[in-house]
Write a protein that binds this ligand. Structure first.
Ligand code: MOS
Length: 760
């Protein structure tokens, strides 16, 4: 629960209000789930597999049990009462089996040790002796023993392959074609807050404190694994210290801790180590792409084919299939796409910030740059020639699309008109200068959400909804939505989030929280206003008696008629004979299947958007990057990046700017730094710590300019909001790669672009 303390007297939507929880976070007052104070807790430590494929043949626990303070050791031999879960596209994106004896991936949980102290649990975990029958694992692309599947045959989400006309014929008849391959690596989210689960049973009811992007989903998943009624489970997650998708689905540890706490009849707390987090949660899978583009001499595209390959685990058909988005970028003419799922002996990948678009847009936006160069065209002009207001796959209109306005604004701010076309022609002493661009896009998702809002006679407001504060500014913008709708200062609004005791909100994924939850909050506020206005006009006397409700507005604690006259809400409440009005609202977006509210209570978040509705809905942006590559050492620097973005109505210019800036910084990381390295012999991650997992530091990020392009969209949702949390790290990697090519004439087609790739 965060109490608003913003200094802004006026809290209208879009105002750059500082985060209401900023002070709590920087002073350590914000309670993250692992901070929960417990009476007599026990501490748990995971034991994970040291092989990637095979079976446990023997578990010797004697030495572990002999450690003083050890209370319990859970293994596959004594946890048969936990139900398995099937793979789902949302909720639990990973199928959850037992702790063995089959081993599907390196670092799989094989035991949980619980002790009086963390130290005893750690020592005992170290002394668990597992013996394995080991088989040779398949680690990734190029490893023997992989199996391939057509994603549409197995994926619950990727069913319709974008396809228009005869792409092969179109490419055969094109004036200019390119035919290229790209690669993206494994990445791990590495949120600063580690994964944790703390469980407490009282009177047959379970409370789980766990950082979660979907508390209702987690509640349902744990209840299913334990075989108990979900009403008996409460999940609390008031703050999440970074998630980026990694805390969206349930992982095996949650129910395990619940079981341990029940067996001991004592609270149990687990904080997963950074190293073990790499294999006990999800990650961004490595991908491969084969792209062909064909165009006329003037740059008009005539054909596009895109075949993708994505690594998944042996059991699960996880796939992101970003062709559904890349195919909606330009007027391509004929389109043909295919996505292949490649099963390896790995933990199941999962959503990671902008899951489908990050790898697929890197590939298509690199290919567009290659085509521009082959045509001798400015790369922005190539995009202008192929811009469209009609969905190239379905022929539907876009609800709004401001891509070229974004390019124009970014180009002006960047000084793009001074760019030399030929690679290697811009130089400053020993530094080769390159300017590159790429498009960012993200599908606008809108989900079923509920909220309860109470307005008090003194003008204070309480908002309750089980949405999630994952660093997105949810406490702030949800408070702003209520403050605006009820005409009160933000400082008077209290927002409660992240608890299954509150009305359910959707998973904090797919950049849907602001649009969906604010729509539910606004609907509840509309009902409150309506009650208040009816009371004001129904009065026998008073300044608003007998007026038309449509004539009234609510602002600054007063009900005011456009035709003159007003009264304070205290007076209106007095007429009502009540000190508060409370309304609960259910927001169901157009196009979502019936029953979505009940499904949400049961832990499934239904949404629509992107290419699914009557109109195609995307947020878009243009990113322009300068790189400098040292002529001798090939050191790569990014002195400046300019991004212009259009995402409908912006709830808060300040939090928006932070999101977009953070996204581009992450994009620089994808381009130049980040990759999880894999020992191919053992299918094991190597750099499982924040020292060896490379991310940019301040010295790697110089000027980052964000331009907010105004855009009005009446179709996406009542708030007019397009999600943007995942917009800005799309496109950045391609823009950097394209700039590196422009600087050096070397095209690197496998991320990340490190010095050694430019030395060849
Ligand atoms: Mo985000 S990767 O959709 O949680």
């Amino acid at each position: 629960m965060a109490s608003a303390a913003a200094p802004e007297p006026k809290a209208n939507m879009g105002a750059p209000a500082p985060r209401v929880d900023g002070r709590l976070k920087v002073t350590g007052e914000a309670r993250y789930p692992a901070d929960t104070a417990l009476d007599n807790p026990a501490f748990a430590v995971l034991v994970t597999s040291r092989i990637a494929k095979g079976r446990i043949t023997q578990l010797d626990l004697d030495a572990a049990r002999a450690v003083p303070g050890v209370l319990d050791i859970l293994t596959h031999e004594n946890t048969g009462e936990l139900n398995s879960l099937k793979f789902q596209s949302a909720g639990s994106a990973t199928s959850i089996q037992g702790l063995g004896p089959e081993i599907f991936h390196d670092g799989q949980i094989i035991a949980l040790v619980v002790a009086d102290t963390l130290e005893a649990a750690q020592e005992a975990a170290f002394k668990v002796q597992a013996t394995y029958a080991e088989e040779t694992p398949s680690a990734t692309f190029g490893s023997p023993g992989l199996t391939d599947e057509d994603a549409t045959k197995v994926s619950p989400v990727h069913k319709h392959v974008p396809h228009v006309g005869d792409a092969d014929a179109a490419l055969a008849g094109a004036d200019v074609t390119i035919d290229v391959d790209y690669e993206t690596p494994t990445q791990h989210h590495n949120p600063i807050e580690l994964f944790s689960t703390t469980c407490l049973w009282r009177d047959g009811r379970l409370t789980i404190f766990e950082p979660s992007q979907f508390v209702y989903g987690l509640r349902n998943g744990v209840a299913q694994r334990l075989g108990i009624d979900r009403e008996k489970v409460r999940v609390v997650s008031h703050y999440v210290g970074g998630a980026f998708g990694s805390k969206g689905g349930m992982t095996p540890r949650s129910a395990l801790i619940a079981l341990a706490a029940r067996r001991l009849n004592r609270p149990v707390k687990l904080v997963v180590s950074r190293h073990q987090g790499f294999t006990t949660a999800t990650y961004r899978a490595e991908t491969r792409h084969h792209i062909r583009l064909g165009a006329r001499r003037d740059g008009k595209l005539v054909g596009y084919t895109h075949e993708g390959w994505e690594v998944s685990s042996r059991p699960d058909p996880y796939v992101v299939a970003g062709v559904e988005d890349s195919a909606r970028l330009y007027a391509y003419g004929a389109v043909n796409t295919k996505v292949n799922l490649v099963h390896a002996d790995r933990n199941t990948p999962g959503f990671m910030r902008s899951p489908p678009v990050v790898p697929y847009i890197y590939a298509i936006e690199s290919a567009m740059d290659e085509l521009a160069w082959k045509l001798g065209m400015d790369p922005i002009e190539l995009r202008r020639v192929n811009d469209t207001m009609t969905d190239p796959i379905d022929g539907k209109p876009y609800s709004s699309r401001s891509l070229m306005t974004c390019y124009d604004e970014a180009a002006r701010a960047f000084g793009w008109s001074r760019r030399e076309l030929r690679p290697g022609s811009m130089r400053d002493g020993d530094w080769l200068i390159g300017w590159g661009c790429a498009t960012a896009l993200y599908p606008t998702h809108i989900a079923t959400a509920t909220a309860r809002v109470r307005l008090m006679a003194n003008g204070t407001v309480r908002v309750q909804t089980a949405a999630h504060e994952i660093g997105n500014g949810a406490y702030t913008v949800i408070g702003q939505a209520a403050a605006e709708a009820l005409g009160v200062p933000l400082a008077g609004v209290t927002v409660e989030l992240g608890d299954t005791e509150l009305p359910p909100a959707p998973v904090a994924g797919g950049s849907r929280t602001t649009a969906s939850t604010c729509s539910a909050v606004m609907k509840a506020c509309d009902a409150i206003r309506d009650k208040l206005f009816r009371a004001a006009v129904a009065a026998n006397d008073g300044p608003l008696a007998g007026r038309n409700v449509a004539d009234l507005s609510l602002a600054q604690g007063r009900v005011t008629a456009a035709s003159g006259g007003s009264e304070s809400i205290e007076d209106t409440f007095r007429r009502l004979g009540s000190g508060a009005i409370e309304e609960y609202a259910e927001f169901v977006p157009k196009g979502v299947k019936p029953g979505s509210v009940a499904a949400l209570y049961a832990g499934t978040s239904a949404a629509t958007g992107g290419g699914e509705g009557e109109k195609t809905m995307y947020a878009m942006g243009a990113e322009l990057v300068e790189v400098r590559v040292h002529a001798l050492t090939r050191e790569i620097r990014v002195p400046r990046i300019v991004g212009a973005f259009a995402a409908g109505h912006l709830m808060n210019a300040r939090t928006t700017r932070s999101q977009l800036m953070g996204g581009m910084i992450w994009g620089i990381s994808s381009a130049l730094h980040e990759a999880t390295e894999i020992d191919r012999e053992r299918a094991r991650y190597v750099n499982t710590n924040l020292a060896d997992y490379r991310v940019p530091v301040n010295a790697d990020v110089a000027e980052v300019e964000v331009i907010l392009v105004p855009e009005e969209d009446r179709d996406v949702n009542p708030a007019g909001v397009k999600g943007l949390g995942e917009l800005a790290n799309v496109g950045t990697a391609a823009a950097v790669a394209n700039a590196v090519y422009h600087a050096t004439g070397t095209r690197v087609r496998a991320l990340p672009i490190r010095i050694e790739k430019l030395l060849a």
